[in-house]
Ligand binder design. Sequence first.
Ligand code: PLP
Length: 364
Amino acid sequence: MSSGLPRHGGNLTQEALRLGLKPSQLLDASASLVPFRPPRVLRRALNHAIAGSALRNYPDREQQELRQVIATWHGLEATAVLPGNGAAELFTWAARDAVACGVSGLPEPGFADYRRALACWDGAVHSLPLSLSWPRTWPQPWPLPAAPDQPFQVLWITNPHNPTGQLWSRASLEPLLQHYSLVICDEAFLPLVPSGEAQSLLPLVETHPNLVVIRSLTKLLAIAGLRLGYAVASPERLKRWQQWRDPWPVNGLALAAGRSVMADQFGMNRWLLRVQDWVAQEGSWFHRQLTHLPALSPMPSSANYLLVRGNGSLLELRERAALRGVLLRDCRSFTGLGECWLRIGLQDRRGNRRILKALREELR
Ligand SMILES: Cc1ncc(COP(=O)(O)O)c(C=O)c1O
C-alpha cells in the first residue's frame, strides 16, 4: 500500500482545512454512514447520561449491561459479546490472535484497518486478489477457493465487502471454517443491507471457537464520533482480549447510547427497516442516475456505498468535486484499485442530488 494516501474516508476536518472550507460546507460521501440523525432514544439517553454522572464517573470496565442487551438482541450469552471503542479497536485484538495462528489471508481490495491491526503485532499477510467485476445478484458465493495447501492459516472476511459492496452467502462461508485456524468476519455493514442478516455468521459462533464476528454500530446509528462496536466470539477468547486492552476502552456516553438502543428491540427493528429501505430505494435510484453520466461506470453494490470506475484517472474529478464541497473516497490506498476508481457513500435524496450535480457539471 502506498504511504501518504488516505486509508480511510471521513477525514472531514483535514479536508476542510486543505480546501479552505468549513466542515459544515462539505458533504462527506467518502465515509459511509446512514444520513439520518441518530435514533431519538439514543439522543435522549446521551442527554440523560450527561445530566447524570456519566461524565464524572469511570465507565463500567466490564460493560456488563451493554453486553447483556447486545446478547439478548442476538440471542447469545453475555460472555460471548465484547463491546469495543468501534469495530476498529477490536480488530487490534483479533489481529493479535491471528498472528498467534500464523499468516493472515486478506481479500483485496479490502478494508485497510486489518493491515494496520496486523502490523501492530508484526503479522504476516498473504494478499488474495478479488476479481474487479461481479454480478448484481445478492448474496453471492465466496469467490476464493479454500485449497488445503494454502500459505495462510487465518482468513479475514468482510461481509458485505468493503469497498465493493458484495454480499457473501452464509452457505458459501460456512465450509471455510473447516479450513482455517481462525476466521475473522467483519459484519460492520451487514445490518444496513436489505435481507443481509440472513447471511450473518453469528449463529455459527457458539459451535465454532475458531470464528470471530465483529460488528460496528457507528455506521448503522450515525455515531462515528462516539465510537461503538462489538465482537462475538468464544468467552475464553474475549476474556483474553479484555486482559490486553486499556482499562476503560468504551466511554460512559457510548455505553449509555448503546444500552438505550439495543434494549429497545421494537425501536431497533423499526430503525433497521428504515435504514434498509433507504439502502434499497436510494441505492438503486442513485446507481441508475450514475449510469447516465459520461465516462463513469457504477458497480453493483448491496450496501450503502458503491464503487465507480472511470475510463481514465478520476483524481481530478474528485478534486473538483471536493472544491464544490463534495468529498468522494480516493481509492488509491486500496490494493488492486487505483486512480480510476472512486467510492461513494450513499446519502439522502438531497445529498445524492448534490453529488450528481457536482459530477455532472464537472464531466460536461
Ligand atoms: C468494513 C469496515 N469495518 C469496520 C470499520 C470500522 O468501524 P468503526 O467505526 O466501528 O470502528 C469500517 C470503517 O469504515 C469499515 O469500513
